[in-house]
Design a protein around this ligand. Structure first.
Ligand code: ADP
Ligand code: MG
Length: 152
């Protein structure tokens, strides 16, 4: 089991880490971002967007469920913070994005844990000891399977 945790010392480092990590992304990739408000999920997506040569500002799609960005690969950026239950996400078209042609990145993905494809890549975020530190853990496929079984 390969689980790697990185500590970043500010938003720039988090974006840089995301850009590095994004090399493994390909058409159809699904990325689940898990962590509290302010833990750096959207910041991480900004780093992915830069690496995918996406134009324009990347901000949380809080009121629309998804922002679509054109880039080297299409980037579908979802935020499920406000959904009530997985059915609501399905009704809003979640399935399309889980099996799409681009890279789908989902903040608060634990809300639809049982629906995520088995190839989903999971990244966890937590605050560190210092104010600007974030602990960012990349989980491999084995961890994702575990995740799907244990998240209600
Ligand atoms: P989330 O999407 O998880 O709610 P955001 O990425 O929107 O979080 O916000 C993270 C906040 O924390 C930003 O205000 C950012 O400037 C700040 N921050 C401080 N240190 C870091 C860090 N190491 N990585 C990412 N963001 C950080
Ligand atoms: Mg966010």
């Amino acid at each position: 089991m390969k689980t790697r945790t990185y500590t970043t010392d500010g938003p720039t480092a988090t974006r840089r880490l995301a850009a590095q990590w994004s090399k493994r992304l390909q058409p159809g990739s699904v990325v689940a971002l898990i962590g509290d408000l302010g833990s750096g999920k959207t910041c991480f997506v900004q780093g992915l967007a830069r690496a995918l040569a996406v134009d324009g500002l990347v901000s949380s799609p809080t009121f629309t469920l998804v922002h679509e960005h054109a880039g080297r690969l299409p980037l579908y950026h979802m935020d499920l913070y406000r959904i009530g239950d997985p059915c609501e996400a399905l009704n809003m078209g979640l399935d399309f994005y889980l099996y799409a042609d681009g890279v789908t990145v989902i903040e608060w993905a634990e809300r639809v844990a049982g629906l995520l494809p088995s190839h989903t890549l999971t990244v966890r975020f937590a605050c560190g000891e210092e104010a600007d530190q974030r602990r960012i853990t990349m989980l491999d496929d084995e961890d994702i399977a575990w995740e799907r079984c244990t998240t209600p």
